[in-house]
Design a protein around this ligand. Structure first.
Ligand SMILES: N[C@@H](CCC(=O)N[C@@H](CS)C(=O)NCC(=O)O)C(=O)O
Length: 257
């Protein structure tokens, strides 16, 4: 959708060029992918495709997602329009997730939407998030892949073990390996995730890959991913901060398993 508006839109109404308006649209898109639609699938798909019984916890999560949507829409006709948030708002982020960025009187959550906004608004150039419609579309595809597949499948495999003390699910392990395989394929013939330049897609994917790594995932069977992650470690600005976060995750959540 973003690509179609960028490339063929008569104007920017459907995907505004203004960095703050665009960032809010991005946040809503990630919300749709990672929360609203995701929770619909988490509840209904096991029932539809595996004949599983309804899970009341997952039903509650759908209600919560609709509640977030309702909050986003309060006093607004459309999802990304209306009054801007102010710091006086007690609830800067109704979803209460981190990271949440507060930039003056503008608040934004969803890490990948934050990355796009920061480059759009403060980047010295567009290298990290190219303006060219096709280059940008590829970066976006990798960002959505990270959120909906690469990082998602890490969580699907590990979080039930960490947070619900469930045994490892071999099916979810296979899915996680498949996701790493996809990334390996995307990287074929390229230095970085969306071409030969480092972009925010690498920063996002490398954050996920660092989490895989501290969980003991063996990237040596995926040579492109292995080489790319080493490249990111060397060249991504602030990688040590990323490593510190991954190490903390390991100490807090994985060392007891
Ligand atoms: N897709 C979101 C995920 C944000 C998220 O779920 N953050 C976790 C911490 S890593 C959180 O704040 N959890 C608390 C909660 O969901 O209430 C992003 O990339 O920013």
């Amino acid at each position: 959708m973003i690509y179609l508006v960028d490339k063929y839109g008569k104007d920017d109404k459907l995907y505004p060029k203004d960095p703050q308006m665009q960032a809010v649209v991005n946040q809503r898109l990630y919300f749709d992918m990672g929360t609203l639609y995701q929770r619909f699938g988490d509840y209904y798909y096991p029932q539809i495709f595996e004949g599983a019984s309804a899970n009341p916890e997952n039903y509650k999560k759908i209600g919560e997602a609709l509640g977030f949507l309702d909050t986003f829409l309060q006093g607004q006709q459309f999802l990304a329009g209306g009054d801007s948030l102010t710091l006086a708002d007690l609830s800067i982020n109704p979803q209460h997730t981190i990271p949440t960025l507060v930039d003056g009187d503008f608040a934004l959550w969803e890490s990948r939407a934050i990355c796009s906004y920061l480059v759009e608004k403060y980047g010295k150039d567009d290298k990290l998030y190219p303006k060219d419609a096709q280059k940008r579309a590829l970066v976006n595809q990798r960002l959505y892949f990270d959120m909906g597949v690469f990082y998602q499948r890490f969580g699907d495999y590990w979080y039930p073990q960490i947070f619900a003390k469930q045994p490892a699910n071999p099916e979810n392990l296979k899915k996680m390996e498949e996701a790493v395989g996809f990334l390996n394929t995307f990287l074929e013939g390229h230095q970085y995730a969306a071409g030969n330049e480092l972009t925010i897609a690498d920063l996002s994917l490398a954050a996920s890959a660092a989490t895989y790594e501290v969980a003991g995932f063996d990237f040596s069977k995926y040579p492109n991913v292995h080489a790319w992650l080493e490249r990111c470690k060397k060249n991504a600005p602030g990688y040590d901060l990323n490593q510190a976060g991954a190490d903390e995750f390991k100490d807090k959540f994985l060392s007891g398993l």
